[in-house]
Write a protein that binds this ligand. Structure first.
Ligand SMILES: Nc1ncnc2c1ncn2[C@@H]1O[C@H](COP(=O)(O)OP(=O)(O)OP(=O)(O)O)[C@@H](O)[C@H]1O
Length: 305
């Protein structure tokens, strides 16, 4: 059974159409990353799936239930990490995790949650003394304490230092191994690439692409790149004819290729024939960032017109 089934979802705020006929299916146990520029509609979609926001049209099933009418029983089966949550500043993480554990029928042990989220050292400090990243870890702790079958993470690692981000990734990997279905939104493409089985790119409230990063690269027609440094004293014109387009920055040459094996072979035999070394020779497949920018990049982050 699919954990999430969405068809024709629409949400309008005044004259802004935030979600505009969105379809989405997430399989049981799958980790899916929702990507898209600011204002694309990601948070609105996630909040509708969580049952925190009403839709204007479309059908939505999460764990077989309509979130709008699922009530307490539904909420006990999901975990939610919102973009911004407020805490009781005078409580400690241990107290808050214990309090939230009481809301669920089969909670995780409080100590286990504190360890999983790396909050052991701050377990008994008042929340108002926690750093931004530590508060975000507390958000995560409260999201997983109920042992959710489906976990929603809205920009879960914003504000994390690199080692905290790695730990959060390990936590998501563990939760996946334990069988949770996870939907996360993120602006970190390396995070999506690392964590997600599948990415779904949303723009203007619709899905514009979905698949594994490799599938998206293929669908976008993006070719891999051969890169190397020009041997000293060699001109670009002396190279064999390679690839579909090439560019040079300093002595670094990048060749986009649709026939990687043949082009690498031609380049290598050219270098061997001349007895020169091709420093930093590499074949790089398009990154998720290349694919993303190809799909929505021209508008995202560009000047407002
Ligand atoms: N409560 C609201 N009232 C009015 N408009 C809203 C409301 N919430 C969101 N919007 C608008 O709906 C659109 C989608 O917003 P949403 O927050 O879902 O996007 P997002 O993809 O999550 O963006 P971000 O990456 O910046 O978090 C935006 O144009 C936003 O201004």
């Amino acid at each position: 059974m699919a954990a999430v089934e969405v068809e024709g979802l629409r949400k309008v705020y005044g004259d802004v159409t935030a979600v505009d006929g969105l379809d989405l299916t997430i399989d049981d146990g799958e980790v899916v990353a929702l990507l898209g520029p600011n204002g694309a509609g990601k948070t609105t979609v996630v909040e509708i799936l969580e049952g925190y926001r009403r839709r204007d049209a479309g059908t939505v099933r999460v764990l077989g239930t309509d979130p709008e009418t699922g009530g307490r029983e539904f909420r006990e089966r999901i975990g939610v990490v919102l973009q911004e949550a407020g805490f009781e500043e005078l409580f400690t993480p241990r107290e808050l995790v214990r309090l939230h554990a009481g809301y669920y029928p089969r909670p995780r042990a409080v100590d286990e949650v504190l360890v999983l989220t790396g909050l052991e050292e701050k377990a008994d400090a008042r929340v108002r003394t926690l750093s931004g990243g530590q508060r975000r870890r507390l958000d995560l702790a409260l999201g997983i304490v109920g042992r959710p079958e489906m976990l929603f993470l809205d920009e879960p690692t914003t504000g994390f230092d690199p080692s905290a981000r790695r730990r959060a990734w390990e936590l998501v990997d563990r939760l996946r191994d334990l069988g949770a279905t996870i939907l996360l939104t993120t602006h970190y493409l390396d995070e999506a690439e690392h964590l997600a089985d599948r990415v779904v790119v949303v723009d203007h409230g619709r899905v514009v692409a979905a698949g594994t990063p490799a599938e998206l690269a293929t669908a976008a027609g993006l070719a891999p790149v051969i890169s190397f440094r020009l041997p000293p004293g060699t001109g670009l014109g002396e190279l064999p004819s390679l690839g579909v387009d090439r560019r040079q920055v300093g002595d670094l040459v990048e060749v986009r290729t649709r026939s990687a094996t043949a082009d690498v072979a031609a380049l290598a035999s050219w270098a061997l024939g001349r007895g020169v070394e091709l420093a930093d020779l590499a074949l790089v497949r398009p990154s998720l960032e290349d694919v993303y920018l190809d799909l929505v990049g021209e508008r995202a982050g560009g000047p407002v017109t």
